[in-house]
Design a protein around this ligand. Structure first.
Ligand code: AMP
Length: 248
């Protein structure tokens, strides 16, 4: 199986997806919800391998832009990076425009795993419109839940590889060699928005703007809440159990 090609998602515009494996008969289209630090990204990676669907993270688009030559960024993207650095949400119009430019990924015959989008009710409404326009629908919205103290713990200990973006935790999932990625040898760093001052702002943004999505999707009957306690494999097993509920 060729791995999913996230260049189209990260770069947008004119990139072309070059997957060659046969798409699944019934692709999954999922949204992953949950406070920063609950492990959505890790679950998205595991699900991506299992389901063939690409992990589409809006946060990754901003991080890719941050690593790019600043002179190539649009003013809206430069503003967006300021919001991200402070741990605040980027304005809806900017995020929605970025997702619209990547409509190809939402139409993908392999399905998709949206990670970090939508994050406000307005974004969720626009996503519904975009999907309805393509005659597509979400299978489930997976809502990962974790006690507040555990969220802080996971975020403040998280380290990310600069090169391949694999994540570690200084206590629960340390790399073999301090600050060096086991997979590619890249340098590990602490994301600016994983520092204590930004964590506070991010969790507040989550409570105010993103938590209302739980009600929004519950009303649509597609919300499934999953405990994010335990190891990634345990959480993944719970997730697969939920997905097995999908009717034929
Ligand atoms: P994440 O990696 O999903 O935690 O995203 C990192 C940062 O990118 C967030 O703290 C926001 O500043 C910004 N961001 C990512 N996705 C969105 C979104 N859907 N709406 C608003 N801001 C976003």
């Amino acid at each position: 199986m060729t791995k999913c090609d996230r260049n189209v998602w990260l770069q947008g515009g004119n990139e072309v997806c070059c997957r060659e494996d046969a798409p699944p008969a019934r692709p999954y289209r999922l949204v992953l919800l949950g406070a920063p630090g609950v492990g959505k990204g890790t679950q998205a990676e595991l699900l991506s391998e299992r389901l063939q669907a690409c992990q589409l993270s809006t946060g990754d688009i901003f991080r890719a832009a941050k690593a790019a030559d600043p002179s190539t960024l649009t003013p809206a993207m430069r503003d967006a990076l300021g919001y991200m650095q402070r741990g605040e949400l980027v304005p809806d119009d900017t995020v929605i425009a970025l997702v619209r430019e990547r409509m190809t990924c939402l139409r993908c015959p392999y399905g998709f795993l949206l990670d970090g989008f939508p994050r406000t009710v307005r974004q969720a409404e626009v996503l519904d419109e975009m999907l309805a326009g393509e005659n597509l629908h979400l299978d489930f919205v997976l809502n990962y839940e974790l006690p507040f103290e555990e969220v802080i713990n996971r975020l403040s200990g998280r380290r990310t590889c600069r090169v391949c973006k694999t994540t570690y935790h200084i206590v629960t999932k340390p790399p073999r060699q301090e600050n060096v990625c086991d997979k590619c040898g890249g340098e590990l760093y602490q994301r600016e928005d994983d520092r204590p001052e930004s964590i506070r702002v991010r969790l507040q943004a989550y409570e105010e703007s993103t938590a209302p999505l739980v009600d929004y999707y519950a009303k649509h009957g597609i919300l499934r809440t999953i405990s994010a306690e335990g190891s990634p494999q345990e959480i993944f097993a719970r997730t697969m159990q939920i997905l097995s509920e999908r009717t034929a």
